[in-house]
Design a binder for this molecule. Sequence first.
Ligand code: ADP
Ligand code: ZN
Length: 724
Amino acid sequence: MKTIAEPQHILKEVFGYDDFRHNQKEIITHVLAGKDSVVLMPTGGGKSLCYQVPALCFDGVTIVVSPLIALMKDQVDALKASGVKAAFLNSSQNSSEQAIIFDQLKNSELKLLYVAPERLLGNETQFIQYLKLVNVSLFAIDEAHCISQWGHDFRPEYLVLGQLKEAFPTTPLIALTATADALTKNDIIEKLHFKTYEVFENSFNRPNIYYYVKPKSNYYNELVGYLREHKDDSGIIYCLSRAGTERLATDLKEDGFNAEAYHAGLERNLREERQDKFLKDDVKIIVATIAFGMGINKSNVRFVVHVDLPKNIEGYYQETGRAGRDGLHSEAVLFYGAGDVMKLKRFAEVEGNEAQTKIMLQKLDKMSKLCETKHCRRKYLLNYFGESAPDYCGSCDVCLTKPVLSDATVIAQKILSTVARVKESFGMRYIVDVLKGSNNEKMRAEHKGLSVFGIGKDTSKEEWMHYIKELLHYEYLQQSSGEYPVLKLTEKAKPVLFKGEKVYLSAPVQIVIAKEPVIYQQHPYEKELFDQLKQLRNKTAHEENVPAYIIFSDSTLMDLATYLPLSYGDLPKISGFGAFKIEKYGQQFLELIQDYCNEHNLSTQVHLKQPKREKKQGTSPIKERPSDTKRVTYELYQQGKTVDEIAEERNSSPWTIETHLCYYISKGALQLSALVSDYKQSLIKKAIELHGSNTLKTVKESLPPEISYGDIRMVIASLNAVAG
Ligand code: ADP
Ligand code: ZN
């Protein structure tokens, strides 16, 4: 197998990305070594690059087997928009169109060719003979679960792919799917006759999708309210019945929304037209049965709403998974009513097949349990797919509304004994000062000698305040009335202090990081410019007659609106701007940004965006937008001040100051090692590996007490910088 380019180079030059995601790099290395692989990655994870990059590294053509015509066209359009020679062959083309492609194949003019499975082998064996004459470097089988009867989408025509290994024994094969279960995975391996191969699995978690379940009674008003709040966004609303989609679409249109119905009962032309409009953002909301979505690659679907209960979790997860492929914040909202369960139970009856009926009912039961659970919905979903997950995700309705109580005995003991040592005569702030070992003028000399003095140095003031309020709430403490309320112990406090009785409290709300898994949301961007960029993109897309996201994804536009590149030289730093797109679209997008910056008196922020490998200590002068308070913190820090000092000076909390510093760390403008020692870093990174970064509290509790929340947040920010 001859390679003619380096993967990293292709990633940057063609696709405009700096870093591989998940295990893309490993997978690509494996493929380039000529070996077979099975790739399990959730929707939006980035499966396509796993074969598209090798396709461009290899000398020869990569054949991609894909089940859906719509998907093929979309992928080919996207590749062409990046200057890649790609084509597809399927039944939608006439013979002269097909002849052109055969010519291109023969003349080695194609790097990727998408085909339907029946086209590849099936009855038309000439095609495979033909392929033997050209230089095929790789076979990629997309949606590989279609080969398995165990999957939810079995396609008999996929079975012919079993012949590929025999026909091309030395050509590597890569099978990709977003279906996770072991049965399907093993079936893929068996049916494709893989012998030496590797399986690459990824977590199925979709951290940028927030999950919400709402009561169904009177849902229409709530839905309308929700849609009003999301009036600029694209979304899909799923209904159970065709009539239901028509009714809801009509109602929504009457209420002024840009919505259309979609179901298998509509005429083909109409279906295609509506789908096309949705892809091009001319229709914002599609109200559909589950017939809609397969093969929809639209990356900027911001919300998926289910107004009726899905039949099983597999379907629900697949449908909600259509949101947020671009990695930006997205939402899945389900309206749940017990009536739906009764209705679906009747549908689950499979006449004369008791075993099947039983399975359907079990699946339905799991689905309604998801809606009724009092625990984290993300955890429930991931557990369902055989993956473990922390108790708290911070981004589902349960986690967001119900604080999780956890063991805070040690924290409570520190607070309660401090209250006791100062003879129950001081207020909250003073207690915190004692815990933090503060040297301010209010601190009494006799208290500086207490064993509790400074016992909580590494915990922020805000956190201590939070826990004191929790202890008040759960009545371990009470506050005297009057102008200067002081804290007093209650009866409940004694067993905690003297018998080590356990105390359970909620964590501080700072799990904010988990709530905002997507780095873009943490940074200021120019909203108005973002909207203008969207308009320009849509106009360009219309001119070229392709869906808007094929020109640029929302995250690329977000990058532009955040970093404000003003010259050609800045553009390669923007994610998603490959060489071809810079050449083709660079000028018009630059002009728009230049005009905007002139008008608003803004300077470029592109120095904050440095590719990972070149990141260095940011001593460069940083010019923030005028409104930005972060900049003040940054400057004070550069003057050598500590977090606490800056907090004091700015009359702000250390927590907030740390948030500002995290921002600059995530931008690569501040070096982590200046803030967190290497030793602490290594401990924190290990803990994050073990527990994930979504539950700050779990990470914190697994670490020695001298490691503060601030330390952990900064490490996470630096990891985001690397991943970003
Ligand atoms: P999947 O096929 O797994 O559903 P895609 O291949 O369509 O996912 O990728 C989803 C999105 O993520 C696409 O917009 C793609 O361009 C983007 N993407 C993939 N890999 C990377 C990467 N390494 N860096 C940045 N964006 C990426
Ligand atoms: Zn949760």
